[in-house]
Design a protein around this ligand. Structure first.
Ligand SMILES: NC(=O)c1ccc[n+]([C@@H]2O[C@H](COP(=O)([O-])OP(=O)(O)OC[C@H]3O[C@@H](n4cnc5c(N)ncnc54)[C@H](O)[C@@H]3O)[C@@H](O)[C@H]2O)c1
Length: 346
């Protein structure tokens, strides 16, 4: 059998924990190479992970390896240029989230994938949890009735990443909204069938990351903390629905971390992780559906969907169109928070 070849651009922590381990678990594809910026570090990465070849020049990698599929695992700023390059070399692409920093770039990525007839997927892995699939079906069946309020939470009490470039605004494009909020927004919008956004209002803060220097994900330099540490927003969706967003890297809340979505309909309500549906009967909570634990296997399921799609199966992926839509929403939320005014969509 002629195995499809896959390469990874950006040998950092998500590449190692998620992409390498999944690709190496399959015997119908070959992980052939990794590209990094620093010679020593990428060499070490390749050795540690048993990847046959490494490069510091992506073009040389494409010319020599001719991969069929590529994972883009660089910091956010470089998603755009690396995805465009991979698509122009005829590869199918799985790009880490967020799609890009600018909506305009996510649009060009989508257009390039269409022009070249290639698959472009984003690793919004939370939507691959069984919980999300179950709830999407139940919402579509109408068990919740008219879902008119949605609460999206992607919050950490003190979880500023101590590695990488997550506090650098130029390289990441922002803080918890573009890094964490984007995940739960995707899960919520996916359940709702990616409805049209009508109006966005947001406010953001930088109150803790520029003062403290240590938390659950290690240490950072408060003098180089350039991003928001919390952002809150209201997103008005078509059909009169309201979505409330709360996202933080650092905020004085009780829980260490909350990643969840709540859907409130006129018949019943639901939480996503784990999927549970409930209603009220005479003032008492009545459970209509109850999963004990949320599905932990979201990353492998996301990668599996991408690889299987590349191999010709009709799997669900977080596609380039949805990637563009969510990037527009992220941009509108930041715009609103920066300008102190609501942003209306046409
Ligand atoms: N889906 C998820 O849950 C999830 C989890 C973590 C990170 N991510 C995303 O993955 C990306 C990387 O995050 P990370 O935590 O692995 O960061 P990281 O800093 O650990 O890794 C990034 C790697 O990319 C390399 N790099 C930088 N610029 C490059 C370039 N132009 N070409 C090739 N390599 C380059 C860096 O040297 C580093 O090794 C980010 O976009 C992040 O949002 C997603």
């Amino acid at each position: 059998m002629n195995k499809k070849k896959v390469a990874i651009i950006g040998g950092g922590q998500v590449a190692e924990k998620v992409h390498v381990s999944y690709y190496q678990s399959r015997d119908d594809i070959d992980l052939v190479a990794v590209v990094g910026r620093n010679h020593e570090r990428v060499e070490e990465f390749a050795e540690r992970n048993g990847i046959p070849r490494f490069y510091t020049d992506a073009e040389a990698m494409y010319e020599e390896e001719k991969p069929d599929m590529v994972s883009i695992c660089t910091p956010n700023k470089y998603h755009y240029e690396n995805t465009m390059q991979a698509l122009s070399y005829g590869c199918d692409v799985l790009c880490e989230k967020p799609p890009a920093i600018l909506a305009e770039d996510a649009k060009k990525m989508k257009e390039k994938a269409e022009e070249n007839n290639r698959i472009l997927a984003y690793n919004f892995h939370h939507r691959f949890a069984d919980d999300v699939q179950v709830l999407k079906d139940k919402v579509t069946e109408g068990i919740l009735g008219d879902v008119y309020f949605i609460k999206v939470q992607a919050m950490r009490r003190c979880g500023i990443p101590g590695w990488g470039t997550f506090t650098d605004k130029t390289i990441q494009g922002g803080g918890p909204l573009i890094d964490l909020g984007v995940h739960m927004l995707d899960a919520a919008l996916y359940v709702l069938g990616y409805p049209k956004v009508e109006k966005v209002t947001a406010k953001m803060f930088q109150k803790i990351g520029n003062k403290k220097s240590t938390g659950m994900f290690g240490e950072w330099d408060p003098n180089k903390f350039e991003v928001e540490d919390s952002l809150f927003g209201f997103i008005e969706l078509e059909g009169g629905r309201l979505l409330q967003l709360e996202t933080s890297f650092a905020l004085n809340i009780k829980e260490q971390s909350i990643m969840n979505v709540e859907f409130c309909g006129d018949q019943a309500g639901a939480t996503l992780f784990p999927a549970q549906i409930y209603t009220d009967e005479g003032g008492e909570l009545l459970s209509l559906f109850h999963r004990e634990k949320a599905d932990p296997d979201r990353h492998p399921k996301s990668l599996e969907a991408f690889v299987d799609r590349c191999l010709g199966k009709e799997t669900m992926i977080a596609d380039a169109k949805e990637g563009y839509m969510i990037q527009q929403l992220i941009e509108a939320l930041y715009h609103s928070a920066e300008k102190g005014e609501s942003v209306s969509y046409e």
